[in-house]
Design a protein around this ligand. Structure first.
Ligand SMILES: *Cc1c(COP(=O)(O)O)cnc(C)c1O
Length: 226
């Protein structure tokens, strides 16, 4: 079942990439495996997926030793400052940086472990009260501040778009995040090349790809409901 689900997702990705005139290699599928077992993750891994997303530090710590070490783990959920030290040498990218304080702690821990951590700034594009992330208005200023921190490579922006039944409803949200990336690049911040957009989930990744997503985070459509 997981294999078929994945095949369907991959077909849809190809179709959207083609429609947008982009290359398949421009979009990385992150299989969001939160609440799912190591066995299920291994099944998807065996189909060639190497990028997996988790939203809780505890789950990454538990699953990490059970699975192959060429998996790239992506932390996509809210991260508390005091937990950075547990995952700093385990994850490939932190998608959910929403404050200077958190970025400073990532910088500190990265230097301690002699690693450079790729991060994205989480932006609450639709300004939903229930969601984490900085506003579009504050994003560039935060990017400028983070750019000076050692041990961190700021790569772009991430957003969790509103829950919708028709993906078209989120097209403007995705376009806004892409424009924010363009505007930030135009500032020519020293030492920063921002080329990543993490946007699109099970319900709307096709539209996100059309609007420039470089990472899509797909859980339910691969692993089933939670
Ligand atoms: C759970 C989660 C996803 C995946 O959601 P699905 O709708 O199951 O595809 C993507 N991004 C974040 C931040 C999540 O927490």
């Amino acid at each position: 079942m997981l294999k078929e689900n994945l095949e369907n997702v991959r077909k849809e990705i190809s179709a959207s990439v083609g429609k947008a005139g982009r290359k398949g290699t421009d979009v990385t599928l992150i299989a969001v495996s939160k609440t799912k077992s190591a066995d299920m993750i291994k099944e998807v891994y065996d189909q060639g997926v190497r990028d997996f997303g988790e939203n809780r530090v505890q789950e990454i710590i538990e699953k990490y030793p059970l699975l192959p070490d060429d998996i790239r783990w992506h932390l996509i959920g809210h991260l508390q400052t005091n937990k950075v030290k547990y995952i700093i040498d385990k994850v490939a990218m932190i998608h959910s940086v929403d404050s200077l304080k958190l970025a400073e702690e990532i910088s500190r821990q990265a230097q301690k472990k002699n690693v450079t951590m790729d991060i994205l700034i989480e932006v609450n594009v639709a300004a939903e009260e229930s969601k984490f992330g900085v506003s579009c208005d504050d994003a560039i200023e935060l990017a400028e501040k983070i750019s000076t921190l050692p041990g961190i490579r700021l790569r772009g922006y991430m957003t969790v778009a509103p829950f919708v039944t028709d993906p078209e409803e989120n097209r403007a949200v995705f376009a806004r995040l892409r424009q924010l990336l363009v505007d930030t690049e135009a500032k020519n911040i020293d030492n920063v090349t921002m080329d990543c957009l993490s946007m699109g989930m099970s319900g709307d990744y096709t539209v996100a790809i059309e609007e420039g997503a470089t990472f899509i985070r797909v859980g339910t459509k691969i692993f089933g409901g939670r």
